[in-house]
Design a binder for this molecule. Sequence first.
Ligand SMILES: [Zn+2]
Length: 173
Amino acid sequence: MLKDGAMKTFSAVPGKERSLEVACNLCFSNRYKTVLKSAYFLFVKSSSCGLIYQNPQPLFADHKERYTADYFKYEFNNEENFFRLMKLGLKDICMDRLEPDNGRGRFLDIGCATGKLMEDMRGRGWQVQGVDLSRESAEYGWKKRKVKIFAGTLEQAAFQSGSFNIYSLLSPH
Ligand SMILES: [Zn+2]
């Protein structure tokens, strides 16, 4: 079991979001064990491949309502703490030691908020790109960090297949 304290909190407590049971994205299995339970969500581990993912997942139509100006303020005010948590997560999967191949490594951060992780990865030689639902976050990332953040969904960004070497979906909630 993961520890409840080692995770990110919410900018706003999720309201009455509808949610849907989903299969594992990696192996499509519906068999899993619960690994983390809180008042607002469950994380499960696929019995087949071991992937840990949120299940059930909030419906996008409801979930996107969280990405308001308050979300941006919350991310901005807590970015050092959240960055520290992300670094711990990256270390767990040894991504902190991953080096770009001859400066050609391309990194996509899905749900990148203010672009703090992208800035760090760029400093380590990666070409970086981000996607976030918050327009405020995208603008902040570009103005203050000069990192490119697409404001919208991954589907809307419509990147070409094979555009990136690494994808990060690190979101501790
Ligand atoms: Zn799986």
